[in-house]
Design a protein around this ligand. Structure first.
Ligand code: ZN
Length: 104
């Protein structure tokens, strides 16, 4: 009880962590773009993110059109990190958009 299993990322040139609690979230090899503009501002796109909780899927109007997305939260401190694309005609399903200010 109370123990949260967290993965640690190793062997990457740069590991991105939660700015609140330093939980490992993703790494430089999974970073797709730093130039993405989301509905709440700038976001970085990753194709692989660990140690997150996903919220309920919602249809949301985005800058690239209507997409089905889930909010994503840090598994440790529950900080809102960004969102994940579930269903989209613009990207292949799966990319995670994370606000740069949520990362350290
Ligand atoms: Zn955290």
């Amino acid at each position: 009880m109370g123990l949260i299993y967290r993965r640690f990322l190793d062997g990457h040139s740069r590991v991105y962590c939660c700015s609140e609690c330093k939980t490992h979230l993703s790494h430089s090899e999974a970073l797709m773009s730093k130039a993405f503009q989301g509905h709440h501002g700038r976001a970085w796109l990753f194709h692989d993110v660990v140690n997150i909780i996903q919220g309920q899927p919602q249809d949301r109007p985005m800058t690239t059109g209507q997409h089905t997305v889930c909010d994503i939260f840090c598994i440790n401190c529950q900080a809102v990190l960004g969102w994940k694309y579930v269903c989209t005609g613009f990207f292949a399903p799966g990319p995670f958009a994370i606000h740069p200010w949520s990362l350290t």
